[in-house]
Ligand binder design. Sequence first.
Ligand code: SF4
Ligand code: SF4
Length: 413
Amino acid sequence: MQTQLADFMRGTPEGEEADAILRACVHCGFCLATCPTYQILGSELDSPRGRIYLMKQVLEGQAPTARTRLHLDRCLTCRNCETTCPSGVQYGRLLDIGRRVVERRTRRSLPERARRVLLQKGLLNPRLFTLGLRAGGALRPLLPAALRAKLPAREEVVPAWPARRHARRMVALAGCVQPLLKPAINAAAARVLDRLGISLLESEEAGCCGALSWHMNDEDAGLAAMRRNVDAWSRRLDEGAEAIVITASGCGAMVKEYGYHLRHDPAYAARAARVSAATLDIAEVVQREIPRLREILRKRPLSHPLPRLAWHAPCTLQHGQKVIGVVEGLLALTGCELVPAAEPHLCCGSAGAYALLQPEIADALKARKLANLIAGRPQAIVTANIGCLTHLQSGTDLPVRHWIELLDELLGR
Ligand code: SF4
Ligand code: SF4
């Protein structure tokens, strides 16, 4: 695609990068077939190709409008289009640039700005978030059904973290909302790794991965979170930790890109790249220990009956991190039956704060995803990201769980 960047972009690092990405797009439209918003809305401007055109116009000097911003806001950043694209267009990186430029050159209404700030602050502040959860719990019967469905159903029973210490150590990212909504997930990861001879350590000095702020176009807050985590984890790696282990694939996709986001910061570039290289999704960690897992299963076979499961691969795992087929392989190793589900590539509509900002599209995608998952009559749905888990759970009575919790439970039988 030919480009003619406007003066305000030409010669800047952002401009150079956007230009190279735009030029790679050959306008073939293959990506439309797998784009969830195009599937739901059917409009070219809500497809990857349409959004690429909108961003090109803005980067070439056309003034963006509220309508331009709306089409970019509606993108889930699921990166399904990147997986589909035969030309290797790095759509996610272009979207980051396009959204930032459009955000700077348009003004949201006061209520919209207030809603976004409240959402960002509320989700990132553990005290505010806990307060919100408690208030929601107390007012549950009075809340509209849609909001009630988003509240956790009951208090979590958190299994104990292992007490013994192994020579092999890894560090866990706690994250922002996961420890409050589902603290059992990291505890389960620690218990599974303990059986595999690895200690998983909590890292209180690290916090939110930065994805929430980053995807709400608050670049400064996103970068500040990344720098804080790079400082914390660099120390842990210096002390001998083998890896940073992440149980929320949305956070994992972000941390694996720290090196890219901080590449122009001389004080952080090298350390951020080291942190990204040391970051693994919990599925990648367990996959590396398959011989030990096989040995455990051989010595102590799992008691039957084993559950029939439907697997939902989060976009941040399959399209963001390109970790494909790993969880399915691990679950198959346990003997659990995985029921087939149509459209495994499609987003469930969660996408960080998206489900709260674009509820109609998010709910339509959730209904479509759940229909596909439930068609095979599973006894539970398993996934790998807290956002997908809570979003899907709000639409079904079937249990929706993190697969590592299930593995922990099966190994403890
Ligand atoms: S992003 Fe890729 S698949 Fe989509 S129109 Fe451009 S080249 Fe084709
Ligand atoms: S990231 Fe997802 S929603 Fe956005 S354009 Fe690509 S496929 Fe569509």
